[in-house]
Design a protein around this ligand. Structure first.
Ligand code: HMG
Ligand code: MG
Length: 284
């Protein structure tokens, strides 16, 4: 049997958070319902951040309330602080994510905190989430390049990964937020992180700004990673990372993985329908 590689679908969150036009909640719900039928185990659908910072995600509770939850699918939400966690619990998210960075410039721009301050803020969130029975995922942004600080030292990524690991994150997603990573820099970063966290608890989260996300996934597969974040239709970007284009498209990742002989467990036809819906939403 082919090796399974999981695609963690982040389109309804990482994709839609960046759209300028306010997308109707009903359209978001329809997209998630379509994706639920595609065979994903995890779909990130909500972000309980400040609505002043990211207005597009202000209806996250309504999205979680409106979707038809499929058996066996975990519906995930971002939670930057205790207020976010409380909102996620009230909205019945199945798992939550704390999100930090490996560069000070992006940390400040994205969550208005230094790396150290953000980790201090995440610790009680992770603690309370676990007490509420919610698995916690950790994100690290700017793992190879930062739009403010330039190249990121691999050791810094490893240091933040170790801290998130110590907080009990079940998986750490490594974000090439602005899609400037290259197979060489991704490999160097992974070598450092793998010293402190095993491949079985890492995910690659690569944006495709420079068209290198698939190559970066391939090098990550060589290093043993088996989970990759992607957004259907290549939706996305980050409102606080100038130059961050879309996430790598789920359907492109699926096709490459299949060509490499891996099994994703996804239904390609349903995925194509989801990609059409996503592209219609962004007006592309
Ligand atoms: P702050 O302004 O420093 O926070 O923002 P604050 O605690 O001073 O609060 C300011 C106001 O926001 C207050 O309201 C709070 O109540 C409210 P006011 O008194 O002014 O009326 N507030 C909240 N409201 C609702 N839910 C909350 C919440 N927290 C505070 N959870 C904060 C700090 C972290 C809140 C802010 O910076 C923020 O929301 N940042 C999120 C930015 C964001 O969502 N970025 C995109 C996601 S990360 C990403 O895309 C990268 C990733 O994909 C990986 C990759 O690609 O690298 C994950
Ligand atoms: Mg992202």
């Amino acid at each position: 049997m082919a090796d399974y590689v999981e695609i963690f679908e982040v389109g309804p969150r990482d994709g839609l958070q960046n759209e300028k036009r306010q997308i109707p909640t009903a359209d978001k719900i329809a997209l998630v319902d379509c994706l639920s039928a595609a065979g994903f185990r995890r779909i990130e659908v909500a972000s309980f951040v400040s609505p002043k910072w990211v207005p597009q995600m202000a209806d996250s509770a309504e999205v979680l309330a409106g979707i038809a939850r499929a058996d066996g699918v975990s519906y995930a939400a971002l939670t930057p602080n205790m207020q976010g966690l409380e909102r996620a619990i009230a909205a019945r998210a199945d798992e939550v994510a704390i999100f930090g960075a490996a560069s000070e410039g992006f940390s400040k721009a994205n969550i208005n905190a230094t790396i150290e301050e953000s980790l201090a803020r995440f610790a009680p969130v992770a603690e309370a989430a676990k007490a509420a029975g919610l698995p916690v995922r950790g994100y690290i942004s700017c793992v190879t390049d930062c739009p403010f600080d330039g190249p990121t030292p691999p050791e810094k990524v490893a240091e933040v990964a170790a801290r998130l690991d110590a907080m009990g994150c079940y998986e750490i997603s490594l974000g090439d937020t602005i899609g400037q990573g290259r197979p060489e820099t991704i490999a160097a970063m992974l070598d450092a992180v793998l010293e402190v966290v095993p491949a079985s608890r890492l995910a690659g989260h690569y944006h495709d700004t420079s068209g290198r996300a698939l190559a970066n996934i391939e090098v990550s597969l060589d290093k043993g990673l088996r989970v990759f974040d992607a957004a259907v239709g290549g939706l996305g970007g980050c409102p606080y990372a100038p130059g961050a284009e879309g996430n790598v498209a789920t359907e492109a990742v699926h096709d490459r993985l299949v060509a490499l002989g891996f099994d994703t467990g996804l239904d390609r036809e349903v995925l194509s329908r989801g990609a059409d819906m996503a592209r219609a939403m962004r007006g592309a």
